[in-house]
Design a binder for this molecule. Structure first.
Ligand code: PMT
Length: 395
């Protein structure tokens, strides 16, 4: 519930993308926000206020002279009651009116009267977007501190192709969550590992483990929301790459080691979440191993390099955070790992709590001792961990 307790005023202006505003509204309320919808008259030609009322659970406002407000000042009351105003879709006409400070309907009037941030997600035909007048208006809005989300390129409702499509609702929702996230990692380069590794035996078989990558991907998302430039070196998982995160895909521990070491000195923070195989197969068979060759094959294992320990040993390297997944004696083993690998912080979890699932329960181990956090979803936990890590890093 990343938007729990937040009051969002969702403005909807006239454009085909207005139907996507209904999906956006659903996502915002699912993330915990209370959403008040205000539509322009043109928007009601595309989607009726009833849809937004049903989805938000609140009456929708369209008319500047709405008699439901006792003082007849809907524009003041609504804008004072919002932590942010988000207009999606924002038409070319709406952007022009706001850029010029016009207040000729309820939405533009309350935008002019606001004392909270304004975010707009433009949506229009590509030529309307490219028109110098629109570009001038958007530049003016940016100068005035308005956040412009998109637009993006792609197929347009009119059949043309180009820039002017509204950002997808999930990306707008993500941008709003990021907007409210304290920027505790602003300007920091963060390097992370996540997921399992796969150590090949022959062209089709290998040794791997049950890490889903969820904990690492959640942390990458939380670090990006907190203002970091995040590079995620990921073992083989099929999770979507979080917004603003650069993913480097690898398979084996050796590949992960190489990808990390090439980027480690540029990072200020390294978080090793991956479940890396401690051993790999010494001689990988070039052809598929055949059963008929008599008896089970003998597979000799050799140790993999320890990525976390190697980064921690770098001179002027990043602040290092490791994870430890244990099936027993979490405190003893995690503290031992922290000392052996030479890192200031290890995040310990029991395998039954963290491996594979949607939630986790962790204990932070540092030089001061053990600091447990309650069971939570991996997304919630990631946001807390980012705060904890940022507090421990040098400014
Ligand atoms: O992916 P999920 O399903 O969401 O599960 C998350 C998780 C359980 C995998 C994660 O929370 C976790 O605990 N990751 C560490 C797994 C582990 O057992 O690590 P380890 O005890 O083998 O290693 C300790 C630390 O050294 C880890 O930070 C690991 O990334 C790192 N390491 C280990 C071996 C190696 N060769 N190189 C390393 O960098």
């Amino acid at each position: 519930m990343e938007l729990q307790g937040k009051r969002i005023l969702l403005g909807v202006t006239g454009g085909v993308a207005a139907y996507k505003a209904a999906l956006l509204l659903r996502m915002l309320t699912s993330a915990g926000a209370r959403v008040q919808v205000v539509m322009t008259e043109a928007a009601t030609r595309f989607v009726t206020p009833v849809t937004f009322q049903a989805l938000s659970g609140l009456p929708v406002y369209v008319d500047q002279w709405d008699a439901r407000e006792a003082n007849n000042m809907a524009h003041i009351n609504l804008s004072r009651d919002a932590d942010a105003i988000l207009v999606a879709p924002a038409s070319a006409n709406f952007l022009a009116r706001v850029a010029q400070g016009l207040a000729d309907d309820l939405l533009t009037t309350l935008v002019l009267a606001r004392d909270c941030p304004l975010l707009v997600a433009p949506a229009m035909n590509r030529q309307m977007w490219e028109n110098p007048a629109t570009q001038r208006n958007v530049a003016l809005l940016r100068q005035d501190g308005v956040t412009c989300l998109g637009p993006v390129s792609g197929q347009q409702a009119c059949g043309e192709e180009g820039e002017g499509r509204m950002l997808e609702p999930e990306d707008i929702c993500e941008a709003l969550i990021a907007h409210f996230t304290p920027k505790v990692l602003a300007g920091k380069q963060v390097l992370m590992t996540a997921g399992p590794t796969f150590e090949p035996i022959d062209p089709v078989r290998g040794i791997t483990n049950l890490s889903s990558g969820r904990m690492g991907y959640a942390l990458a998302r939380a670090a990006a929301r907190a203002g970091a430039q995040v590079t995620l070196v990921s073992g083989p998982v099929a999770l979507p790459v979080p917004n603003g995160v650069t993913r480097v895909g690898v398979r084996s521990a050796l590949e992960m080691h190489e990808a990390v070491m090439a980027r480690a000195t540029a990072a200020q923070l390294f978080i090793a979440v991956a479940a890396v195989a401690d051993y790999r197969v010494d001689q990988v068979a070039e052809q598929k191993l055949k059963k008929e060759l008599g008896g089970p094959p003998e597979i000799r294992l050799v140790p993999n390099p320890d990525i976390l320990a190697d980064v921690a040993a770098l001179e002027a390297g990043p602040f290092c955070v490791g994870f430890a997944a244990e099936s027993e004696q979490l405190e003893t083993y995690a503290q031992r790992k922290r000392e052996r690998k030479g890192v200031p912080l290890i995040i310990g979890n029991l395998i039954q709590d963290g491996f594979g699932g949607e939630s986790n329960r962790v204990i932070l181990f540092d030089a001061q001792g053990a600091h447990p956090l309650p069971l939570a979803s991996k997304d919630q936990l990631a946001a807390q961990l980012v705060e904890e890590i940022a507090q421990r890093m040098a400014p």
